[in-house]
Design a protein around this ligand. Structure first.
Ligand code: NAD
Ligand code: TYD
Length: 352
C-alpha cells in the first residue's frame, strides 16, 4: 500500500491512474480538493476497492497519523501543493501554508510512523517529494542545464516555497535518517491539467475562440515533460532510487513559449480543420519576476535508474490535444465561476 497526497490534481491523478493500471498495490489518496483538485480526474477508479480517497489536508497531523496507522503504507509520495506561479504572485500565503508548513507536518507524521516500524518495513519505507526545476532559478541562454548539484536560487513565491519544503525533506534525511527522495521535474503537460497553466489555458482559449495571451516577448524557455513519462520516472525512483538522493526529470524538449503555442495551434488545426487559433496569439504584459529559461540535465536518472522519456514533444502534444478534444465536458466543468474570476484577475493585471 502506498499513500499519495494531492492525487486529485493533475500529476497526482495521472500517477494514481497509472499506478492502478500498472500493479495491484492499493493506494490511499489524500487530497484537500482545492480549486485544482478534481474528483472527476479519478472517475475511472469508481468501484476500485484498492483506491481509497480521503478528503483532507496534509497539514492535519491527526488525520495523517491515523491514515498511516490504519493503512501502514510502504511509501508516501507527496504531490500536494499550491502549484501555479501566477497565483503565488497574487497570493503567496497559501503557498507557505501548504508547501512549507503542510510538508513540515507531513514529514513529522512520517518520521514518527517510520521510527516505530519493525526493522524490515523501516528499511524499505520511502518518502518521495515531488519538486520542480524552478527551485534552481533562471538560466542564461546557452548556459548548461540544471544538474542535481546546482544551487537552489528560487525567484517566485511558488519556487521559494517548494525550495523550502525540499530543504526540510533533505534535513529529515540528514538528521533523522528518514529515507527521502526528491524529484525535480520540468514543466509537465498532458491530460487533466487545470487550464491555468500554459498548454491547457491556450487550448481552452483556442477552443473558446478567445485571444491566446503570451507573456512578454514569448521567448521564455521551458523544458516540456509528458505527464505519463513523469509518472514512470516517479515509479523508478520509488523502486530503485537511493534514499537521500535527488533526481532531475526532463522531457528533452526545450522550447520557447511562442513555439509551444504555435505548435499547439498547428496540431489543433490538424484535428479541427478551420480552427484558426494561431491568428489570435496576443502578446500581453510580462509576469513579474518571470524566469527566462529552465533546462534539465536528466543524465543521472537515466544512468542510475534506466529512465528516459518515451514521448517527443510532438507525440505528447498530439495525445494531449486529442484528450482535450475528446473531453470537452471535463474542460467545461472545470471552467467554473471561480476559474473565470481568476482569469479576470490575472489577465486584467497582464493587460494593464
Ligand atoms: P495541481 O495544482 O494540479 O494539484 C495539486 C493537488 O494538491 C490538488 O488536487 C489539490 O487539491 C491538492 N492539495 C493542495 N493543497 C493541499 C493540502 N494542503 N493537502 C492535501 N492536498 C492538497 O498540481 P500538479 O501540477 O499536479 O503538481 C503536483 C506536484 O508536482 C506539485 O508539488 C508541484 O509543485 C509539482 N510540479 C508540478 C509541475 C507541473 O508542471 N505541473 C512541474 C514541476 C513540479
Ligand atoms: P506555466 O504553465 O504557468 O508554468 P511555469 O511558470 O511554472 O513555467 O507557464 C509556462 C510558461 O508560459 C511561462 O514562461 C509563463 C508562460 N505563460 C504565458 O506566456 N501565458 C500564460 O497565460 C501563462 C499561464 C503562462
Amino acid at each position: 500500500m502506498i499513500l499519495v497526497t494531492g492525487g486529485a490534481g493533475f500529476i497526482g491523478a495521472n500517477f494514481v491512474l497509472d499506478w492502478r493500471e500498472r500493479c495491484d498495490e492499493p493506494v490511499v489518496n489524500l487530497d484537500k480538493l482545492t480549486y485544482a483538485g478534481n474528483l472527476g480526474n479519478l472517475a475511472a477508479l469508481k468501484g476500485d476497492a484498492k483506491h481509497v480517497f480521503v478528503h483532507g489536508d496534509i497539514g492535519d497531523r491527526a488525520l495523517v497519523e491515523s491514515l498511516l496507522a490504519t493503512h501502514r503504507p510502504r511509501a508516501i509520495i507527496n504531490f500536494a501543493a499550491e502549484s501555479h506561479v501566477d497565483r503565488s504572485i497574487h497570493g503567496p500565503a497559501a503557498f507557505i501554508e501548504t508547501n512549507v508548513v503542510g510538508t513540515f507536518s507531513l514529514l513529522e507524521a512520517a518520521r514518527a510512523y517510520w521510527a516505530a516500524l519493525p526493522e524490515v518495513e523501516r528499511a524499505r519505507f520511502r518518502f518521495v517529494q515531488i519538486s520542480t526545476d524552478e527551485v534552481y532559478g533562471s538560466l542564461a541562454p546557452g548556459a548548461p542545464s540544471f544538474a542535481e548539484t546546482c544551487a537552489y536560487e528560487p525567484n517566485s513565491p511558488y519556487s521559494a516555497s517548494k525550495a523550502s519544503s525540499d530543504h526540510l525533506v533533505r534535513a529529515y534525511h540528514h538528521t533523522y535518517g528518514l529515507p527521502t527522495l526528491t524529484t525535480n521535474c520540468s514543466n509537465n503537460y498532458g491530460p487533466r491539467q487545470f487550464p491555468e497553466k500554459l498548454i491547457p489555458l491556450m487550448l481552452h482559449c483556442a477552443l473558446a475562440g478567445k485571444p491566446l495571451p503570451v507573456y512578454g516577448d514569448g521567448l521564455h524557455v521551458r523544458d516540456w515533460l509528458y505527464v505519463g513519462d513523469h509518472c514512470a520516472a516517479i515509479c523508478a525512483v520509488i523502486e530503485r532510487g537511493r534514499p537521500g538522493e535527488t533526481y532531475n526529470v526532463g522531457g528533452n524538449a526545450e522550447m520557447a513559449n511562442l513555439d509551444v503555442v504555435r505548435t499547439l495551434c498547428r496540431i489543433l488545426a490538424a484535428h479541427k480543420p478551420g480552427c484558426n487559433a494561431e491568428e489570435r496569439i496576443t502578446f500581453v504584459k510580462d509576469r513579474l519576476g518571470h524566469d527566462r529559461r529552465y533546462a534539465i540535465d536528466a543524465s543521472k536518472i537515466r544512468r542510475e535508474l534506466g529512465w528516459s522519456p518515451r514521448e517527443t514533444f510532438e507525440s505528447g502534444i498530439s495525445r494531449t490535444v486529442r484528450w482535450y478534444l475528446d473531453n470537452e465536458a471535463w474542460l467545461a466543468a472545470v471552467a467554473s465561476k471561480e476559474y473565470q474570476k481568476w482569469i479576470s484577475l490575472n489577465y486584467a493585471a497582464q493587460a494593464a
